[in-house]
Write a protein that binds this ligand. Structure first.
Ligand code: GLU
Length: 273
């Protein structure tokens, strides 16, 4: 895709799933970054009010819970993580609600487990709920239902969850916001020769290998889970962009058609609506 085609294509995207990771929503010490969340709410409200339909997939529950309890490392035990997620999720939604409502935008909490992929009735239910929220101009804020998600029913990370959500709602685009500018040829934190890859049409073994080892303290995903999420979207022909969430305005740049981050696009690209 050349720059001109990119501009036309991205500008026409209407239904957009935005995934924000824990690293974008919190400081390295785990405490929530209110300023960042507010500016994210401002950018997303602006997009929604300009006629786009945004579905937000947000991590950060465990980090928020840990921050409130003064816990500095993500706990290893499942029950403790679930308890912190329960504590953090309410705090996180309260903050989102405050910042979105201040901009005249309604938001709703949707907590999902993997059975929406595996059990057809649940899939239909989840899909209908999301459809109704979208029709009512309410932005769904989705997280994994961490408090009940055990191995059999968990997505495990929100990168994967966001890809399934993009497929479920028939999104035109999935944007994953993280703590790095996009996909690199190597880990830029350790390798000074690492270069940003602006576009990807095919996910290769080599990409997966060089993506290993990235990630942060409170989140679960990394570049490998992002590549896996992009593969899920590829099946439904949904393009994916990985961009730096440190600048929420990147979302505006992207949707104005400015090449930002890494774009994954597939051989055939059509808009879903
Ligand atoms: N659902 C987890 C949370 O809200 C995050 C999972 C992830 O980082 O991918 O804390």
């Amino acid at each position: 895709m050349d720059a001109l085609e990119y501009r036309v294509f991205i500008k026409e995207c209407h239904k957009i799933v935005v995934k924000v990771g824990t690293s974008t929503l919190s400081y390295p010490n785990g405490r929530l970054n209110f300023q960042r969340i507010e500016s994210l709410a401002s950018v997303i409200s602006g997009l929604q009010q300009s006629g786009k339909q945004v579905i937000l997939v947000s991590s950060g529950a465990i980090a928020a819970g840990s921050g409130r309890m003064g816990i500095k490392e993500k706990p290893a035990g499942l029950a403790e993580k679930q308890a912190l997620a329960a504590l953090g999720q309410t705090g996180l939604m309260k903050i989102y609600q405050k910042f979105f409502e201040a901009r005249g935008q309604q938001v709703a909490q949707v907590l999902l487990t993997k059975d929406i992929v595996e059990v057809p009735e649940r899939r239909v239910n989840a899909s209908n709920t999301l459809k109704s929220l979208i029709e009512m101009d309410i932005i769904p804020i989705i997280n994994e239902n961490d408090t009940v998600a055990t191995e059999e029913i968990e997505f495990g990370d929100n990168d994967t969850l966001s890809a399934y959500v993009a497929c479920l709602v028939g999104a035109d685009l999935l944007v994953m916001m993280t703590d790095i500018d996009g996909l690199y040829t190597a880990d830029p934190r350790t390798n000074p020769d690492a270069r940003l890859i602006p576009t990807v049409q095919e996910i290769t073994e080599q990409m997966i290998n060089s993506a290993k080892g990235t990630g942060n303290r409170f989140g679960t995903g990394g570049m490998v889970t992002k590549l896996a999420a992009a593969s899920v979207c590829q099946k439904d022909n949904i393009p994916v962009i990985i961009t730096n969430g440190g600048k929420p305005s990147n979302l505006q740049h992207i949707l104005s058609g400015n090449p930002t981050g890494t774009l994954f696009y597939w051989r055939v690209h059509t808009l879903n609506n």
